[in-house]
Ligand binder design. Sequence first.
Ligand SMILES: [Zn+2]
Length: 268
Amino acid sequence: MSWQKLELIEQWLDNSAGRHSQELVVEARLQLAEGRLLFSRRDIESSSAPREALRVRIESAKEGFQQILADPAASAGARNRAQVGLRGAEVLLAAPGTKTVALIKRAQWSARAPRTANLTPLKGQWSRITVHHSAESTTDPRGGSLEESSGTVRSIQKFHMDDPEHRWGDIGYHFLIDSGGRIFEGRELDWQGAHAGGSNNYQNIGICLLGDLEKRAPSEAALKSLQVLLDDLRTRFRIPADRVAPHSEYATTRCPGPALTAWLRKYK
Ligand SMILES: [Zn+2]
């Protein structure tokens, strides 16, 4: 296996996979994911690649293996290889020095368990991202404490799950960012979100900045974290920059406020 061969497989998958048998496509995907994992292991041992690049490559390998496990055309042998690769990728991702986006996990903000019967599993792959504001004024614009922001995220989850007009299976957004730049894990990425309205939620990752951003601009710290998170998600799921939008592109709303909407136009 060489870098050159990996690139050729990638090109082949992008350009001509549709004209070949599913068996061949599964094999190519497996080789690509296995190759990415192999080179990542080598680079970690010799510390010869930047952390971010390594992490992105391991995530791609992991996704490749997951894709094969979800593919009904994959043979038992291919599944076994994918299972082994997936475990290997997870071990590397858990190793120190390979993670860059620090998330406040659900357990850390004391999230309630989702009602999975009321959730829709992701179909296909994430293909777009929509940005919102929470339109509440309990969030401290200067950052506040982790406990305060956790309380705000819990109250949003409670509203989405318990309000009679909502009754969703979980908080609607996949990520929330407070004014201090802390990134909270919302609805898990296994599930479609509830934030852009009906079919607009299809393959659409929802990110919400805390605060009433119609009345004030987002903090510098929040924007910095938003940039890191958007870049990370776009790399992981290969989402083009022009598929990142303010909520107002999908509905008649001023969400997420004028300053953040202008920032998003520039991000494109
Ligand atoms: Zn919104």
